[in-house]
Design a protein around this ligand. Structure first.
Ligand SMILES: [Zn+2]
Ligand SMILES: [Zn+2]
Length: 145
């Protein structure tokens, strides 16, 4: 997988900024209802291991525990969604999922997978061919029985 170096990002007001030292050039789209409510539509998220991200302005970050296994964060000043983060043990423990729109430079990124595809509204479809997983396939991917 292609890796991108030193990508920076920020919320709308700039109160929270971050630098990702090494970023996979592929990202996923989640169509689950929780992400729809949180992100306003599909959540287009980068997968960012915690040891590769440096966050500044942490005092502006608020968290909501959205399930037993994950939390969602936002900027307390401007309301921008900052990340979805797995809090439970497992292969994705502590990994950040950061919206691609926060990046200053979004070039070179490719959507490689869509999950919870059966929950996608009829109102839109992303063009192009990629792996599309329904709810059962998504749960299997994340090791949920
Ligand atoms: Zn902000
Ligand atoms: Zn989701």
């Amino acid at each position: 997988m292609e890796m991108l170096k030193d990508r920076t990002g920020a919320c709308l007001c700039g109160g929270v900024t971050f630098r990702i030292s090494e970023l996979a050039a592929e990202y996923g789209s989640c169509h689950c209802k929780m992400c729809q409510r949180w992100a306003g539509s599909a959540f287009l998220g980068l997968t960012v291991p915690d040891e590769t991200i440096t966050i500044e302005g942490g005092e502006n970050v608020k968290h909501y525990q959205s399930s037993d296994w994950a939390e969602r964060a936002w900027c307390d000043t401007c309301g921008s969604n900052l990340w979805y983060r797995v809090t439970a043990e497992g292969p994705y423990a502590s990994v950040y999922h950061v919206p691609i729109g926060l990046l200053d430079d979004e070039s070179g990124l490719q959507m490689s997978r869509e999950i919870y595809y059966d929950a996608k509204p009829d109102a839109f479809t992303f063009s192009g061919e990629r792996e599309r997983l329904d709810t059962a396939q998504t749960l299997a991917l994340f090791g949920v029985k």
